[in-house]
Design a protein around this ligand. Structure first.
Ligand SMILES: *Cc1c(COP(=O)(O)O)cnc(C)c1O
Length: 399
């Protein structure tokens, strides 16, 4: 551990409320898929701020938009009409079948908005006392009290009880369990098409289609949490589009403003009737500065066809990893994912492999201590991915 790093770590321990367990790195600078630490060491970033900086760090065009808007208007509150919000809404809605959007500031908030809209739609529009939301084991929907209840993971909610009522959880890939859990109190199913924090678990298309049909049959809503898997990462603009689903509501955030905090919840015009003026609000939601940046982000994603790029790079990467899996029997337990959202399950020595990757200049995340999770920028050079596979091969072969 270098002196510079130790002193940063020491300062933080004095100053910040303890809530994160950090990686042993202090990052001071970034450029596209490169990061530099406090000692000047260079890294290939395969994590992109947990699927946030999908266009890369300090992208020139985004930086230019940010600067331009910084001299025009930052924030006036949602008491006023702002065209920046409308520009963003137009380009966002062009990517999906949804009709209306609500802007907020994070993934958890987008899910809160989705939960509130689903409940209020049933209470006020359908006039039915249905409020319960069913989620899937292994999911992650955020850290507010409501989204913790939706996430239903004891380790995350320990000490924070009581959580809001009205959530129920079933195992994944079990349509019978889902059917049994739906009652006349159920208003929606909330799911991630590819579970992210759960360890990169793509749900099978057949299951998703059966689940959507079940939602239609029971007259309940389907909500897709696209916070991590959205924005071109899985090979389509939205992950649900890989399977031709038509969710009533989607929640988004992470990559939306390439690192500025922003979230959005989108709904069909029918379900959007659940909100009226005063139903829901947030001070910062859809601020002019973040909206202008996000508009540019989405335009670039569409212009540069980053969904197709993610599909292509993801397929090539998976093929290389499968080849490696065959060459080194027993070293890689599983390879999962869609597009550039990939999990490489290594098993119990995964923490050492992950640490060694950092040592050799590759940053990815360590998921549940057994899986390497890759969420690189969609603009990453293919050579960086090839070098990563080669480095992983060297590490696995020598341990
Ligand atoms: C990160 C994440 C969230 C929470 O987003 P925050 O911005 O941290 O509140 C919700 N759902 C999914 C699928 C996520 O990956």
């Amino acid at each position: 551990m270098s002196q510079i790093f130790s002193s940063i770590k020491e300062r933080e321990e004095k100053l910040l409320l303890r809530s994160y367990s950090r990686y042993p790195l202090a990052i001071v600078q970034g450029k596209m898929s490169r990061l530099w630490d406090a000692d000047g060491k260079e890294y290939v970033d395969l994590l992109a701020g947990i699927a946030v900086t999908a266009l890369g760090h300090c992208h020139e065009e985004i930086a230019a938009t940010l600067e331009q808007q910084a001299h025009k208007l930052w924030h006036v509150s949602n008491l006023f009409y702002q065209e920046e919000q409308l520009e963003l809404a137009e380009v966002l809605l062009s990517t999906t079948h949804h009709d209306k959007v609500f802007f907020c500031n994070s993934g958890a908030e987008a899910n809160e908005a989705a939960i509130k809209l689903a409940r209020r739609y049933y209470k006020k529009v359908k006039q039915r006392d249905a409020y319960e939301i069913i989620t899937l084991e292994g999911c992650f929907h955020g850290r507010t009290l409501g989204t913790l209840a939706a996430t239903g993971r004891q380790t995350l909610s320990d000490g924070f009880e009581p959580l809001p009522e009205g959530f129920r959880q079933v195992p994944i890939n079990d349509i019978k369990a889902m059917e049994a859990a739906i009652t006349d109190k159920t208003c929606a199913v909330l799911l991630e098409v590819v579970q992210g924090e759960g360890g990169v678990i793509p749900l099978p298309g057949d299951y998703l289609k059966a689940l959507e049909a079940l939602c239609r049959k029971k007259d309940i809503l389907l909500i897709c949490d696209e916070v991590q898997a959205g924005f071109c990462r899985t090979g389509c603009f939205w992950a649900f589009q890989n399977y031709g689903l038509q969710p009533d509501i989607i929640s988004t955030a992470k990559a939306l403003a390439n690192g500025l905090p922003m979230g959005a919840m989108m709904a069909t015009s029918e379900v959007a009737k659940g909100f009226e003026a005063g139903s829901h609000a947030t001070t910062f939601g859809g601020g002019a500065l973040t909206s202008a940046v996000a508009t540019q982000v989405v335009r670039i994603m569409l212009r540069d066809r980053l969904a197709e790029r993610a599909a292509k790079l993801g397929q090539a990467l998976i093929a290389k990893l499968r080849d490696l899996q065959q060459r080194l029997p027993g070293k890689i337990k599983d390879i999962r994912g869609l597009g550039l959202m990939l999990g490489i399950e290594i098993g119990e020595n995964c923490p050492q492999v992950w640490q060694e990757l950092i040592h050799r200049g590759f940053i990815c995340s360590l998921s549940h201590n057994v899986t390497l999770r890759l969420l690189p920028a969609l603009t990453i050079d293919e050579a960086d991915l090839t070098n990563f596979v080669q480095t992983l091969a060297d590490i696995l072969a020598s341990d």
